[in-house]
Design a protein around this ligand. Structure first.
Ligand SMILES: NC(=O)c1ccc[n+]([C@@H]2O[C@H](COP(=O)([O-])OP(=O)(O)OC[C@H]3O[C@@H](n4cnc5c(N)ncnc54)[C@H](O)[C@@H]3O)[C@@H](O)[C@H]2O)c1
Length: 220
């Protein structure tokens, strides 16, 4: 197992805990991802499962500066593009492989208060779908993880936020849902079951769904 994170100490601590290797990687830089893939193949052999999990929640409304849009775009979407660009051909060549991309329920529904997060996470879901459609028959499996609120550093201090309206899940519960999702090779991994219901309502009557979301927005 190989761990990468911008926070090298954090990656080292996780690697120590699970007995893996680690590397400090900035997923906004394609060269970092290429180096990480090469080092992992050298140390562990071909990659059969790649989890593209880094994500940030910067930016809010329409006045969010371009630089902030650019940063969140690079982390929440382009990192997945860079990983897939280099891994998919290798995996096809090697007979198949699995990409697990972390998006968010915000990538299926929306994110009240943050256009940057909602839009970039939708893009991440769309990319994952596209890869599955284009390469499924070549042995490429894809899952996209779309939780609502999870108790991590990302939501620290904003536990009362609208994103937590259905409660905050523990990371261990999300990990269990991921294992189940990977075992059954489900494209959409939804640790919060409510998300499937909301998604169906959105698909069935978009106007009603938007009006409901607007009412929710006014409450927060
Ligand atoms: N916590 C939630 O409520 C929640 C809900 C839905 C989806 N998510 C998604 O789950 C994923 C994991 O987030 P988390 O909740 O563990 O948050 P977190 O902030 O605890 O962890 C995010 C990790 O990404 C790393 N990272 C950030 N920018 C990076 C970069 N440029 N290069 C490499 N690593 C980078 C950080 O160092 C950190 O370790 C993210 O994609 C996030 O959007 C989180």
């Amino acid at each position: 197992m190989a761990i990468a994170d911008l926070n090298g100490d954090g990656a080292a601590a996780v690697a120590k805990e699970i007995g893996g290797s680690f590397m400090r990687v900035d997923v906004r830089h394609e060269a970092d991802i290429v180096n990480f893939i090469a080092a992992t193949e050298r140390d562990h052999g071909a990659i059969d499962l790649f989890c593209s999990n880094a994500g940030i929640g910067v930016g809010r409304g329409l006045d969010t500066p371009d630089e902030v849009w650019q940063t969140i775009w690079e982390v929440n979407l382009m990192a997945h593009v860079y990983a897939a660009r280099h891994l998919v051909p290798r995996m096809i060549e090697g007979g198949g492989g699995y990409l697990l991309n972390t998006a968010s329920a915000a990538g299926l529904l929306s994110q009240i208060g943050s256009a940057t997060y909602a839009v970039t996470k939708h893009a991440a879901v769309s990319l994952a779908e596209w890869i599955a459609i284009m390469h499924g028959h070549q042995g490429i499996k894809v899952s996209v993880l779309c939780p609502q609120a999870v108790r991590t550093d990302m939501i620290a201090g904003s536990e009362g936020d609208v994103a937590s309206v259905d409660g905050i899940m523990e990371p261990e519960q999300v990990a269990d849902a991921v294992i189940k999702g990977l075992e059954s090779e489900k494209f959409l991994i939804l640790p919060h079951p409510e998300v499937a219901e909301y998604l169906m309502r959105k698909a069935t009557d978009r106007d009603r769904w938007i009006a409901g979301m607007n009412r929710l927005r006014q409450r927060y």
